[in-house]
Design a protein around this ligand. Structure first.
Ligand code: EPZ
Length: 420
């Protein structure tokens, strides 16, 4: 397994272009199952999870070609199954469930295992499909869903779920009649999916609010779409500017997608100049300790919690961080402690007492955003940090060592010749 070696203590200076959003591209790729033919996507990030979704669609019979654009031809879909060996590496594979049942009346999708950040069940996805008329059976670790034709329903999520909203939005697009999704997720990635579905001919109102109404149609047609910029990558590099007391120009981004993060980082003392498609950020030497609670969009995103904790590790006081979305998204705490951070987890909260400095150490990545927080801590730490299991990082951060090296970071990758 590859490692990243980082020499810390350097203030980053320069421009970082933000890539397309993984969590926007994945549902768009699943949506191609709703319409046979050739779909085209631009600004698709080159990431491990994107390749996994390409492999999954290829397994079903789609033809995926990635060059400047990603084209997906679903004319040859023949297998309506998402096998365990693919789903276990990427939970977002469950996004094929709704489209398969809606378009092909059947799906056999492996149940995702739990993961480092929580149990992450898909009961709300399944309950919604049942309300739309699907028969759901669980056998041998697989969900088997069948339906003659899905029909509209009034569905209220008892918990906000991003991929649950996306799965049912796609299923409802081809259902007979009207579906109303209440307590729906409002994330920009949901809005982007609805925009693509509408291009394909779907009738959707209210995406981006907690109530979405979908009038099912009988057929959808392939289209093309540009993937929105990655708001979590953007937030991660904003923290990089603050934690290294550097000066970064973040380009090709959508600042309106990170308002809660901008507000919170301003409170920590980070200076920012926000323009239409870029943010200039510079650290001011002192990092103010501030409290933070994660919340569904437009609140402070859970996917930025670990990165924010790395910043607070060097705060000038005490910060109370509360993770309200996942039950155990604190796998990064023990690793940050190895670098000298003073963090105590109490239930859903973590008390972060700022320390004067972090020191480089060998640490291990456990999940995508935990690994990002270790990179940030390493950039600020004195000495050398060696981060193992960086395949977690490669799932969600395109060319991270190139982007960081281009703004002055001393970072390089040691490839594991065994290629694990
Ligand atoms: C999406 O995951 C993102 N992934 C996650 O990003 C992100 O952390 C999460 O939303 C929250 O914002 C993608 O979009 C591919 P949820 P998702 O369903 O949809 C519970 C990253 O780092 N829940 O919104 O799987 C669940 O256990 C990843 O890029 C149920 O109980 O998350 C969790 O506690 C990590 N039953 C909460 O809801 C269900 O049926 C939110 O989960 C569904 C969810």
């Amino acid at each position: 397994m590859d490692k990243l070696i980082i020499e810390g203590g350097i203030a980053l200076e320069g421009e970082v272009p933000i890539s397309g959003a993984k969590n926007a591209a994945l549902p768009l790729m699943a949506a191609t199952l709703l319409a046979r033919g050739r779909h085209g996507f631009s600004n698709v990030p080159r990431l491990r999870d994107i390749r996994t979704m390409q492999n999954l669609l290829g397994h079903m019979g789609a033809l995926c070609e990635s060059g400047e654009e990603l084209t997906i031809d679903t004319s040859g879909i023949a297998t309506l199954e998402a096998p365990y060996d693919l789903v276990k590496t990427m939970r977002a594979s469950v996004l094929v469930l709704g489209p398969l049942v809606a378009r092909y009346q059947r799906a056999r999708v492996s149940l995702p295992g739990g993961c480092a950040i929580g149990a992450r069940p898909i009961n709300l996805h399944l309950q919604g499909l049942q309300q739309m008329g699907a028969d759901i059976a669980l056998e041998h670790g697989y969900v088997v869903a069948t339906a003659k034709r899905l029909h509209g329903a009034a569905i209220t999520f008892d918990q906000i779920t991003v991929t649950g909203t996306e799965n049912l939005l796609m299923a409802a697009s081809l259902a007979q009649g009207t579906t109303i999704l209440r307590n729906a997720a409002c994330e920009p990635e949901v809005v982007a999916l609805a925009e693509y579905l509408r291009k394909m001919g779907a009738r959707i109102e209210g995406a981006g609010t907690e109530e979405i109404t979908i009038e099912g149609v009988t057929e959808l047609t392939p289209a093309t779409h540009e993937v929105i910029p990655d708001r979590i990558e953007l937030g991660t590099y904003l923290v990089a500017a603050g934690i290294t007391h550097g000066h970064l120009q973040l380009t090709r981004c959508r600042p309106e997608h990170v308002e809660a993060v901008i507000r919170k980082l301003q409170m920590t003392g980070l200076k920012m100049e926000v323009r239409e498609q870029s943010i200039e950020a510079w650290g001011t030497g002192e990092i103010q300790s501030v409290d933070m609670k994660t919340w569904p969009y437009p609140g402070f995103p859970t996917d930025m919690q670990a990165q924010f904790m790395a910043l607070m590790s060097l705060g000038n006081g005490v910060s109370l961080i509360t993770e309200q979305i996942f039950e155990k998204r604190y796998m990064h705490v023990s690793e940050l402690r190895r670098m000298g951070a003073n963090i105590e987890v109490e239930g859903r909260s973590a008390v972060v007492r700022g320390v004067g400095r972090l020191s480089g150490a060998p640490v291990m990545a456990t999940d995508l955003r935990a690994s990002a927080s270790l990179v940030l801590a390493a950039l600020a730490a004195e000495g050398t940090t060696e981060i193992s299991r960086v395949y977690h990082l490669d799932r969600g951060y395109e060319a991270i060592e190139k982007k960081l090296a281009a703004v002055g970071a001393r970072i390089h990758r040691v490839r594991d010749i065994r290629g694990a």
